[in-house]
Design a protein around this ligand. Structure first.
Ligand code: FAD
Length: 280
């Protein structure tokens, strides 16, 4: 994610390469382009190695599932950020609408704005967030810099429909948010339907959170593990309830690179102690 999620204007990839070089110089072997679950199974990893650490991050973008969200011009922020980093060809939207009020929403909005500025000479990016300004999830500096880059931010707007006419995406319909949570504190947005806006756009980007693809664990391991609200339960050192299995980083709790790296250090220490203990 540091390479494909975090935009290069924030984290220069040269610095990332330097860190990776330090790690490989210690003798760590990195097998790239190897997907656990299809190229190699978790069972195989268990057979070939004494200990396995799951650090798969949160790479599946969540969808609003509003009508029209299945249109090909509606995409997930993490997928689009990856396309941008990879230099993949995609049709740069003339007018983009981002759904979400967190840092990922700001990252994709700013990345698109910069590309639009280069290609079209101007910026037409709109961000719509459920939260009102006082409760925005993104860092204040990100919101400020978004506005400075010409991005329009609409707060307290709930997405209702991706408008499609004759197969073409036209924009996003939103209603004013009256409240986001119900009395029990559950996520249950309530809207003022009389306050409707249409945000025009030829691409809509959903930036409403990510999840882990834990399907790669397989049935047996999923059953053997202890879970806490959809996340794998670990002790302070990242050790799971399964003896040979550790988990770390975003797929356990997040939220940032510093915490993921710190998790890595704790897990490495824990595995070393476990391996040494077994040899006695
Ligand atoms: C858009 C965006 C912007 C962010 N900006 C910042 C920021 O400015 N500062 C900050 O500190 N944090 C930021 N973060 C958060 C940060 O990227 C994560 O907290 C951190 O990268 C978590 O590290 P990780 O090792 O747990 O997971 P990741 O960095 O996500 O790494 C997971 C790895 O597992 C691999 N993987 C996944 N599934 C499989 C599989 N089936 N088989 C094999 N490999 C697999 C992935 O390819 C990847 O290499 C941002 C995140 C996003 C999405």
């Amino acid at each position: 994610m540091p390479r494909y999620g975090i935009p290069e204007y924030r984290l220069p990839y040269e610095m990332l390469d330097r860190d990776i070089d330090v790690i490989t110089s210690l003798g760590v072997k990195i097998e790239t382009n190897t997907r656990v679950g299809s190229d190699i199974s978790m069972d195989q990893l268990h057979t070939d190695y004494d200990a396995v650490v799951l650090a798969i991050g949160l790479h599946l973008g969540r969808s609003t599932r509003i009508p029209g969200a299945e249109h090909k011009q509606v995409c997930k922020a993490v997928d689009l950020l990856r396309n941008i980093t990879d230099g993949d060809k995609f049709k740069l939207p003339k007018q983009a609408v981002v759904i979400g009020g967190g840092n990922v929403a700001m990252d994709i909005a700013r990345s698109l704005a910069r590309l639009q500025k280069q290609k079209f000479g101007g910026v037409k990016v709109t961000v719509t967030a459920l939260e009102d300004r006082a409760h925005f999830l993104a860092d204040p500096v990100e919101i400020k810099e978004c506005s400075e880059e010409g991005i329009e931010i609409f707060d307290a707007r709930g997405p209702q429909e991706c408008i499609i006419e004759k197969g073409k995406l036209k924009g996003l319909r939103t209603w004013k948010v009256r409240s986001i949570f119900d009395e029990q504190g559950r996520f249950a947005p309530a809207y003022d339907e009389s306050d409707e806006l249409i945000h025009e756009g030829d691409m809509i980007i959903e930036a409403i959170g990510q999840m882990s693809d834990v399907s790669i664990l397989g049935e047996q391991l999923t059953e053997d593990l202890e879970w806490n609200r959809g996340r794998i339960q670990v002790d302070d050192n990242g050790h799971t309830s399964v003896e040979w299995f550790w988990a770390a980083g975003d797929c356990v709790k997040g939220p940032d690179v510093v915490h993921a790296v710190a998790d890595g250090h704790r897990v490495a220490g824990s595995i070393e102690r476990w391996l040494v203990g077994r040899q006695k």
